[in-house]
Design a protein around this ligand. Sequence first.
Ligand SMILES: Cc1cc2nc3c(=O)[nH]c(=O)nc-3n(C[C@H](O)[C@H](O)[C@H](O)COP(=O)(O)O)c2cc1C
Length: 204
Amino acid sequence: MSKEPERGARAAGRAPRIALGVSGGIAAYKAAEVVRGLMKAGCEVHVVMTAHAREFITPLTLQTLSAHKVLSDPWDLSQGADIQHIALARDLDLLLVAPATADILAKLAHGIADDFLTTFYLAVTATVAMAPAMNLWMWEHPATRANVEVLKGRGVRVIDPGVGELACGEEGIGRMAEPEAIVEAALSLVKKKSRGRLRAAASS
Ligand SMILES: Cc1cc2nc3c(=O)[nH]c(=O)nc-3n(C[C@H](O)[C@H](O)[C@H](O)COP(=O)(O)O)c2cc1C
């Protein structure tokens, strides 16, 4: 295989550019801590929210913390004539989805592109990481297990959920990894030379 030229933040001498996808689970409020951690580490952060995520945390909070307009509506062209999901996908170092719902894992595993985040995912060639968060039975369900395996097989890094008390009152696996651990994982991914998920998939 031919040698891929160095690209991304290190090659361009700029801050790592991270898109944080936020989907609609109870752990969405912790996305604020993830944004803060990434910003503190000197990253440029662009938040992409699903419509359901907006039920759990306001775009205003994430926009204020990230200092960038939150992207959610593929039909909103107020930022200019560029098709935004394509514009941001260019020159991105990492797409991090935290929290990743069972629903978003299923959509991404199957290439469904019916909102900003899912369409954006298909346009991204940078490294992709996900921090799933859900009820333990949703996490253990064969459908979710299969979707996670599909994504891993494509080179998506999965930041495994932990065990503990879940928002639904049950105890077990499914709790999103702590924001500090997610930030640490994201930083270690952007520091490495990104070969891109398409390349990983091609060699698997
Ligand atoms: C109060 C509440 C909490 C929820 N928490 C979760 C969750 O932690 N994980 C999950 O996968 N789904 C959760 N859901 C279900 C999702 O919101 C639902 O599947 C939704 O379609 C996800 O949409 P999105 O993936 O486009 O954001 C929750 C729903 C409600 C009403």
